[in-house]
Design a binder for this molecule. Sequence first.
Ligand code: G6P
Length: 442
Amino acid sequence: MKQGLKIVTIGGGSSYTPELIEGFIKRYEELPVSELWLVDIEAGKEKLEIVGNLAKRMVEKAGLPIEIHLSMDRREALKNADFVTTQFRVGLLDARAKDERIPLKYGVIGQETNGPGGLFKGLRTIPVILGICKDMEELCPDAWLVNFTNPAGMVTEAVLRYSNIKKVVGLCNVPIGMRMGMAKALGVEADRVQVNFAGLNHMVFGLDVMLDGVSVKQKVIDSMADPDNAMSMKNIAGLSWDPDFIKGLGVIPCGYHRYYYKTSEMLQEELDAANEKGTRAEVVKKLENELFELYKDPNLDIKPPQLEKRGGAYYSDAACSLINSIYNDKRDIQPVNTRNNGAIASIPDDSAVEVNCVITKEGPKPISVGDLPVAVRGLVQQIKSFERVAAEAAVTGDYQTALVAMTINPLVPSDTIAKQILDEMLEAHKEHLPQFFTEIHA
Ligand code: G6P
């Protein structure tokens, strides 16, 4: 019987890693991690060392016997892992900045996980995650893959459909962020609030909200209608909702729904930001530099509060709670990305959805919601079609499939504009898209 757990984090040099370390430290008694392998590539070596050393100091301060290994050899690290977490960014923040800037030239939203940017992040990421899955099949076939790499919904979809890894869960901090925001609006502790989440990643709705088991959905909706309390994430401009719209909708949208329900205002906001302070990737680059400067301080041995300026703040709570509940068969309820299996009636059974699940040692068991309200169902289905076609394009490298994915995305207004954006982005990201540029010989 194994003594402790081996966790491998791919993209371990990420500025978010201290979140994860803090989460494992907090839960050590229940979740005895004995080895944590932080893995990165050559280009991330310096960051890996800086954040890895901070991780070592954090563990030492906590007085826990968690060994931290830093590695550039993914295959060596993966051997006999129990959990593999993924948090990498192919092409680093420069690629994200292109995803954000190029669409703007064509009057289209430029965003990390939505519209053309989300498509391209998927095209770059999916082949890499499928390579990791292949390695896992060989080196740690019993491990769970916990993916935070964006676009997390599309990536989970691709793993479910194009790999042999069945033990996969996609994770995001949006639901936990929404729950925290609602608790704040209600003026209560977050653990008294339970939300019935259903939809897709970055396209999730709160269908109902309970405070101590009693529905307070209307109260939450009323408070969101107040322009001073629009609820958003650090990375999404918190433009206020039209009060009649939000009350009429009757369910609670996530921050990312602004790109769909307030497209022109969000586009204007992005254009202004791009001209003034830079796109989000450009802002994040500066934040990252500041964070890594802090991480270098040999006296720092906790997660610095500045990390909370990032959109992914608190994601370790989602990640570590999930791993803890799988390991300890807790059977608690958490919103995660998993195979639908009929939980949402109008989404294919074999597709990834983000929905409340009972978390068991055999993984997440999705809780059926019946169907989504008709007013939001169509958009969710449309995004699911986009994700499926995009995943297919990422795997095949087929130009026409990529064009279809781009054109059916609701943020892209026409096939002609889709083609212009596609062509410019393919060229800009050529280095990270070999499947579109290499002749495949049978
Ligand atoms: C969120 C999302 C994450 C995303 C992050 C971006 O809240 O849920 O999927 O990666 O924000 O934050 P950043 O600080 O990098 O813009």
